[in-house]
Design a protein around this ligand. Sequence first.
Ligand code: ATP
Ligand code: MG
Length: 340
Amino acid sequence: MTVNQPLLRVEGLTKHFPVQKGLLDRISFQGGRLALRSQVVHAVNGVNLVLARGETLALVGESGCGKSTLAKTIIGLHTPTAGQVYFEGQEISRLQGRARKPFRKKIQMIFQDPFSSLNPRKKVMDIIAAPMKVHGLVGKTDRQTKVYELMEKVGLHPAYANRYPHQFSGGQRQRIGIARSLASLPELIIADEPISALDVSIQAQVLNLLMAMQEEFHLTYLFVSHDLSVVKHLSNRVAVMYLGFLVEVAETEAIFLKPAHPYTRLLFAAIPTLDVLEFREGDQQEGEVPTPIDLTRGCPFHPRCGRTQALCREMRPELTSLASVSGGEHLLACHYPVRD
Ligand SMILES: Nc1ncnc2c1ncn2[C@@H]1O[C@H](COP(=O)(O)OP(=O)(O)OP(=O)(O)O)[C@@H](O)[C@H]1O
Ligand SMILES: [Mg+2]
């Protein structure tokens, strides 16, 4: 491993799902002849992304834009349609079985719903001990002590080790999920909306726990979230996704101060608690919210964008570096960025 090698590098990652539709829906006429259309959901399209060791990258965008699909494709729950995922320089996206095992240890996922991601028939002790066993990290005799240790770290009383998930509250269950993911000594944690299913009153506690764990275990986070005030608080960089494309990636401070993509501005303006730029009416059109089934030509945001010009309808802008930025890199996919 070279010193400056990123922990994770994603190149051209693409995930399309076939649409299951009835025969009649798929029949069309082309040039006077019957044809069968095969439709696909373009959930993730050619995503390039780099994560440096120790950083927190937030992935934001509206519902259905492909955040979870990207997360799951990175971790190997989906096989990519195209593209690669490199972990410490090794291509892992198509590894299976034994070949993938070391990476299942190093990359863990925390899910939104702490209940459905825990086996209801297993006691907390066995849930947290499982990764230690599978990856041969802790001998049988020490496992119990290690589980107690982890429970304490995440704020669960070890006396609860023999209880089942349903005997815990949502916040406690998420703590169990966090302890389980830490048990394999991961390097990268992909957290997909880890607090959005929890009561507002305990969201902050779980967030603080995630941040404390990052510090203690030197973790790198890919943090998927709807909540921009949370994102602003805990991430180093932000990646904005729209219809399966990354449209803007920048340091947190820079992107909140000067969002350059019209979609980022739209997204940020929708958060009433955030003191960001006022969204100007000209930035948005009354376009229909598009679906990822029929990808339009040109920029994916052009039907909703108030700044659309002919070029935007014709050519999709690539994610490239904004020339005029000092400090961290600011990547943008827009022909006519907002510059004020
Ligand atoms: N297994 C699947 N089969 C078919 N389509 C899918 C599948 N998983 C996701 N999709 C579709 O892919 C698109 C992206 O979905 P995804 O769940 O990744 O979005 P998301 O950004 O995580 O949304 P949310 O914020 O609501 O969690 C959606 O149109 C969704 O319907
Ligand atoms: Mg999701």
